[in-house]
Design a protein around this ligand. Structure first.
Ligand SMILES: Cc1cc2nc3c(=O)[nH]c(=O)nc-3n(C[C@H](O)[C@H](O)[C@H](O)COP(=O)(O)OP(=O)(O)OC[C@H]3O[C@@H](n4cnc5c(N)ncnc54)[C@H](O)[C@@H]3O)c2cc1C
Length: 413
């Protein structure tokens, strides 16, 4: 039996997130879209102080649900993200906290590393964690990562050299808060993915420089940085997992698996954010049609529906299908079960659905959809990134296909 009733702890956190979305995020959404490199400090400070989140620093999801029945960390996480992205997807990405960097540490760090690096995210001033994997020559094909990590002569430090681009929250994590960046680099450039490891670089470490902030199509409230590493020395113990490189032909590839484990944990969140944008657009369309005296007439035979009614119902269907996939991927994680296939599936479906839904919303509303007097045109711009980052739609389809058909990444590229 499938039980869709929301447990009390989940309903409470979602309600909190919805209130923040309506009262704090929506009123400032347009401003930060138009002022790309300003940071929404009023939101950030309020989220960090716990004023808005019932005492929790950062998202309402953090630590909620513990000791109150079944563990629901991931399910609460996606529900809260959906609600905050409904408020504003870019501002949601600016929420202080562990971010992708923390997810990587959670996925592959030792208990000592989790303690050493993650405690900061529940104390002191607001902080961000970011993850730097993409390089000018290495996006989908992570085997081409050229950033190197070499051991110092005395073996006590790693020395990083390379260029990273498109780092979400990179400025805040690397420079403007005492946060951290998890950098994926190779310890053996001849070993392909087997040589790839994650390294924790603390904010303001000499040799790590934010060289540029991107100007973007959407999610403009989120900073996206290019970061260079030039002889950047970090302690030996900042490597995530073992420094050992798996032998050629070995099926064990802990370095790359670490990165993939991170994505298993974060792709459902990206998909949930997409769905928040989709729901915002859909609700706006339905409200506008109602105001025009053309409410959606549910329950009529298909042949009697208008084209617009069919479109809106298809939008709703797409959104709900994607949402069920997100819940499944998050639920598996909460049960400590493998979710790689489901995480990619929900990301593909949500990324594609929200891109289509937001375009349809603009189309149905016509000039009111295209005009900057409403947020619909912005949601259309904010939506597309969900089909690009954390694995493009094509790459996530490849992951699903390989796993369903039993092919290795060499056999199906
Ligand atoms: C706003 C923003 C934020 C980002 N945040 C981060 C971040 O925090 N950390 C980080 O490391 N990266 C981040 N990225 C980078 C993002 O993950 C990459 O852009 C993405 O992985 C694609 O890589 P690429 O840009 O090199 O494109 P490419 O890999 O060059 O892909 C170009 C096109 O080819 C397609 N393609 C590539 N290979 C295949 C294949 N084998 N089969 C079929 N199609 C294929 C892709 O799907 C895509 O359509 C961010 C990007 C953006 C735009």
């Amino acid at each position: 039996m499938i039980d869709f009733e929301q447990p009390e702890v989940l309903a409470r956190q979602v309600k909190l997130a919805q209130t923040i979305a309506v009262e704090v995020m929506r009123p400032i959404a347009r401003y930060y879209d138009e002022h790309e490199h300003d940071r929404p400090w009023e939101y950030i400070n309020a989220m960090w102080s716990g004023q808005l989140t019932g005492g929790t620093r950062g998202r309402p999801s953090a630590a909620a649900g513990e000791g109150e029945g079944p563990i629901l960390r991931s399910v609460i996480g996606v529900c809260v993200t959906e609600a905050l992205a409904w408020g504003d997807a870019g501002i949601n990405l600016s929420t202080p906290g562990q971010g992708l960097g923390g997810a990587a540490i959670q996925a592959v760090g030792t208990p000592d590393q989790k303690q050493r690096f993650l405690t900061r995210f529940s104390e002191g001033e607001p902080k961000w964690g970011a993850m730097a994997m993409t390089e000018p020559q290495a996006g989908s094909d992570t085997a081409r990562i050229a950033t190197t990590a070499k051991l110092s002569e005395d073996g006590t430090e790693w020395i990083l050299n390379g260029e990273k681009i498109f780092v979400t929250g990179g400025l805040m994590a690397a420079k403007e808060s005492p946060g951290l960046v998890v950098v994926w680099a190779t310890v053996d450039p001849t070993a392909g993915r087997a040589g790839m490891k994650g390294f924790v670089v603390e904010s303001a470490t000499p040799g790590m420089t934010v060289v540029r902030l991107e100007k973007k199509h959407g999610i403009r409230a989120s900073d996206t940085a290019a970061i260079s590493f030039q002889d950047c020395h970090i302690p030996y113990d900042n490597i995530l997992g073992s420094a050992e490189v798996a032998k050629p032909g070995s099926t064990s590839n802990k370095g790359f698996q670490g990165a993939m484990k991170t994505f298993d944990a974060t792709r459902p969140g990206v998909a949930a954010g997409a769905i928040g944008i989709g729901r915002a657009s859909l609700e706006f369309v339905k409200e506008s049609l109602e105001k025009q005296g053309r409410p959606i007439r549910y329950g009529l035979p298909y042949s009697q529906l208008t084209v617009v009614e069919r479109d809106v119902m298809r939008m709703e269907g797409q959104l709900r299908a994607a949402w069920l996939l997100v819940l499944r991927a998050a639920w598996l994680m909460d049960q400590d079960l493998p979710n790689t296939t489901e995480a990619s599936m929900c990301k593909v479906k949500a990324g594609e659905a929200v891109t289509w839904i937001t375009h349809k919303a603009v189309e149905i509303l016509g000039p009111d959809g295209y005009s900057c007097k409403n947020l619909v045109e912005k949601w259309m711009r904010d939506a597309k990134i969900n089909d690009l980052y954390e694995g493009t739609g094509q790459i996530n389809r490849l992951i699903v296909a390989r796993r369903l058909l039993g092919y290795s990444s060499k056999e199906l590229q």
